[in-house]
Design a protein around this ligand. Structure first.
Ligand code: H2B
Length: 98
């Protein structure tokens, strides 16, 4: 079972995941990506899909041409958990430098 983020972990979020922002209206983090074109965006999404399957943790996301928006939260616990931290960290590793 995922472990909800503790207050201490929440306080560290900005340092641990500087490219991600907390959403004001729900317990979730979000990152926006922009690529050269649709093909590059889809290649990135393919990598993220494999990571998500490996981790059994799945993003909410949307893609419009060369843009991808990823929102992470844990539906099973109704908010951020250690699984969101882990997946966000893995996504950062396969994302292009910003
Ligand atoms: N993804 C996300 N983001 N939150 C979850 O609570 C979640 C998931 N639960 N992927 C997993 C799948 C669960 O539904 C399955 C049964 O493991």
């Amino acid at each position: 079972m995922p472990a909800p983020l503790t207050d201490a972990q929440r306080a560290q979020l900005a340092d641990l995941l500087p490219a991600w922002t907390r959403l004001p209206d729900r317990d979730a983090i979000q990152r926006r990506f922009k690529f050269a074109d649709f093909s590059a965006a889809w290649a990135f999404m393919s990598r993220v899909a494999l990571l998500a399957e490996q981790q059994d943790h799945h993003p909410e996301w949307e893609n419009v041409y060369n843009r991808v928006v990823i929102t992470l939260t844990t539906h099973d616990t109704g908010g951020l958990s250690d699984r969101d931290l882990k997946l966000a960290t893995a996504i950062d590793r396969v994302s292009p430098a910003t």
